[in-house]
Design a protein around this ligand. Sequence first.
Ligand SMILES: Cc1cc2nc3c(=O)[nH]c(=O)nc-3n(C[C@H](O)[C@H](O)[C@H](O)COP(=O)(O)OP(=O)(O)OC[C@H]3O[C@@H](n4cnc5c(N)ncnc54)[C@H](O)[C@@H]3O)c2cc1C
Length: 446
Amino acid sequence: MKKYDVIVCGAGTSGMNAAIAARRNGARTLIVEASGLLGGTNVISLVSPFMTFHDGNRQVIKGIADEIISRLKEQKLALGHIKDPIDFASSITPYDVEGLKQIYFDIVEEEGIECLFHSFIYDVIMEDDKLVGIEVVNKSGKMQLFADVIIDATGDGDVCALAGAEFIMGRSKDNKSQPMTMLFTMGNVNFDEIKEYMKNNRNDFVLADDYDFGYLGVSGFFSKVKEAMEKNEFDLPRDRVLFFEDIHNNQVTINMTRVLNLSAVDAWDLSKAEMEGRQQIKKAVKFLKDYIPGFKDSYVVRTPNAIGKRESRHIIGDYILTEEDLHEKREFADSIALGAFPIDIHSPDGKSILEHRTSANNAYEVPYRILLPKGIENLLVTGRCVSSTHEANASLRVGPSVMALGQASGTAAALAVKHKVTPRDLDITLLQSTLRSQGQVIKKNG
Ligand SMILES: Cc1cc2nc3c(=O)[nH]c(=O)nc-3n(C[C@H](O)[C@H](O)[C@H](O)COP(=O)(O)OP(=O)(O)OC[C@H]3O[C@@H](n4cnc5c(N)ncnc54)[C@H](O)[C@@H]3O)c2cc1C
C-alpha cells in the first residue's frame, strides 16, 4: 500500500504550485497525472501568455508563480511582465511553452516531488465523509494510493465529483460552459505587414491607446472576418482574430477556434470537440493565409496535444465566489490569494467575447473556503474548478490566479498534515502567515 502525506491530482499550473508548496512545507508529496507532461493546459494545450500578475502597477500574484517566471526569464524563456497590447489586463507574461515544460521537470527533481504519469484517476476511497485514497488505472493495471490530504487539481474537479461533492456546470441559466478552443502556432508570420495594417486601420482592433507597435498582440481584424463570412469563406463562431506573439521570432499562437455546446466532462462530447477543433484549425489557417496581412507565407508550427477547456464543473465549497464579490471587492477574513483579471466570458453559444473591463485597483480577495468541497473531509480543490459562479470563474480561471490558488492549497494541505487536523479545521491565521512568509499576496490592503 502506497501512502503519502499529500497527493496532488493533476499537474496543471495549479497542481504544480500545490505540489511545490506542499513539499516545501514538509509534506511527502505525490503528483498523479493522466498525461506524460507537467503543466496541464499551459503546456498540453499551448495556452500563453499568462494574464495577469498585476492590478494596475501593483503586483498581486507573487510567491511560487513569480519564482517560475523569474527562472524562465533568466533563461530567456519568458519576457517577464509587460504591458498588455490589447489593454485588457494590467499586464501579460509571454513565455515559451517548451521552457515551462522543462522547468517543471527540473523543479520536481530539485524539490523531491514524486510523479506518477499516464495514470488516470477513476475512483476514490472514502471512509464515511472522509476521502482517504484514490484509484488510478495505468499500464500496471489498477492501483490504490492513499494520503492524509488529497488535492483535486484536475481542472474538471474529477476527484471531487467521484467523492460525491456537489457541483454546478457552466452558467446558471442553462448550465452551458465557455467554449473549448484548440490553439495553434503559426511560424514565418510577417509582423511588419501586420503592424502596417494595424497602424492604418486602428479602428479594426481593440488596442491600448498608447500601444507602441512593439510586442504584437492582436484582437481584431473585425472587418476581415466579416468580409470572409459574407463571402461564405469563413464560418467559425468567432467575430475576430485573436493572437499573441510567441517569444521566438515571427511566431504567433492563434486563439480563433471555438467549439460550442459540448461538455468538457463528457467523454463522447470531448472526443467530438477534439475532432471539431482539428477541422476548425484547417479553416482558420486557410482564412488567415487568404485574408490577413502577414500570413501569406506562414505555416503551422505546432498544434496542441489536447483541446483547451475553459470551463466545466464548479465544485460547491463552503463558500461560492460570485461576480458581486469581485465588483464590490469584498474583503474576506480567510483570504488566501488575490485575483485581478477582468471577467472575460467567451460566449457559450455565440461569436462574441463578453468583457467586463476594469481599470487599476481591481484586485479582489479569494477566501480559503472556496477550496473546501462542502461536506467532504481531507479534500482540497484548486485550479479552475474551485467554488465560483460562471462569472467569477471567468476571472479566476486564468494561469496566475490558479497558480496562487495552488500555492494556497498545497500549503494548507501540508500544514493540516503537520498539525494533524483536517484542512477545514486548519488555523486560518497560521495558513495566512505561512503564505505571507513564502511570498504570497493575500490581502488587498497590506
Ligand atoms: C483556450 C484557452 C485560452 C486561455 N487563455 C488564457 C490566457 O491567455 N492567459 C491565462 O492566464 N489563462 C488563459 N486560460 C486559462 C488557463 O490556461 C486555465 O484555466 C488554467 O491553465 C487551468 O489550470 P488548472 O491547473 O486548473 O487545470 P489544467 O491545466 O486543466 O490541469 C489539470 C491537469 O489534470 C490532469 N487530469 C485531469 N483529469 C485527470 C484525471 N482524472 N486523472 C489524472 N489526471 C487528470 C490533466 O491532464 C491536467 O494536466 C485559457 C484557457 C483556455 C482553455
